[in-house]
Design a protein around this ligand. Structure first.
Ligand code: 13P
Length: 274
């Protein structure tokens, strides 16, 4: 199994139009050309995917979508299928983003089907999980994240789970400027490794790529990315500025600790609970 490496993903959300996207795409390509130790994925809206794939052709920058339907084709007006994405040279897909869970009422079951469909078509799912502020205030954050992960990965073999990127995005930190402290983020990332150990095995847990999202900027990226269980970032607003996004990628290159850190000194929490 491949050792994990840092990953920074830019989620443009519903921003930019095709006719003005080339400035940002060209800016990203030029700045990121020399980055070799960090995987980078750019996720623009569907209508910009062809231009993004063309702009990133022959670079190490991958292109991802922000959502997809789980079916291959059929009467699903307005939807985009995994094989359509593959046909556009898309390699990654963000699934279960909290904005989709909230505004589009995506259910745990639907997200599970999407994860399975993405893997079937060779797309890397970037599975988003995270609690609301109300859930954290009640102390339910670990239970919420556990439920989201366990249901999204139901029926997925350990081999395939190892291909899933997990993005911890506390809902209260998204677009609010309120970043989780490095300690809060590290605690949850370590918990997510414990959950993966529980549902798969130690090797999957140790090598899983777990990234943090929620108001990541150049100014706070270094302290987050220096945490031993944080493998990178899922960046929203700051990914719309090529220079700022490049700064975040550079932080990942400088600060990454990765699997060298002794993560499982005392074993996962679930063992002590048994
Ligand atoms: P912001 O970086 O704008 O807070 O968005 C985070 C996010 O939702 C990325 O998917």
């Amino acid at each position: 199994m491949e050792l994990r490496r840092p990953l920074v993903v830019g989620n443009w959300k519903m921003n930019r139009v095709p006719s003005d996207a080339s400035v940002l795409l060209d800016g990203l390509r030029e700045r990121l050309a020399k980055v070799s130790n960090v995987s980078v994925v750019v996720c623009p809206p569907f209508v910009i995917l062809p231009a993004a794939a063309a702009a990133m052709d022959k670079t190490s920058i991958a292109v991802g979508a922000q959502n997809m339907h789980h079916e291959t084709n059929g009467a699903f007006t307005g939807e985009i299928s995994p094989n359509m994405l593959r046909d556009l040279y898309v390699t990654h897909v963000i699934l279960g983003h909290s904005e989709r869970r909230t505004h589009f009422h995506e259910t745990l079951g639907e997200i599970n089907k999407k994860v399975q469909a993405a893997l079937k078509y060779g797309l890397t799912p970037i599975l988003c999980v995270g609690e609301t502020w109300a859930e954290r205030e009640k102390g339910n954050q670990e239970e919420v994240v556990r439920r989201q992960i366990v249901s999204a990965l139901k029926g997925v073999s350990s081999d395939l789970v190892s291909q899933v990127v997990i993005a911890y995005e506390p809902v209260w930190a998204i677009g609010t400027g309120k970043t989780a402290t490095p300690e809060i983020a590290q605690d949850m990332h370590s918990e997510i490794r414990s959950i993966l150990w529980e549902i798969c095995d130690e090797s999957v847990a140790r090598n899983a790529c777990i990234i943090y999202g929620g108001s990541v900027k150049a100014a706070n990226a270094a302290e987050l990315l220096a945490q031993p269980d944080i493998d990178g970032g899922l960046v929203g607003g700051a990914s719309l500025d090529a220079e700022e996004f490049f700064e975040i990628v550079s932080c990942a290159e400088r600060e990454y600790v990765g699997p060298a850190a002794p993560i499982f000194g005392e074993g996962p929490d679930f063992q002590s609970q048994q």
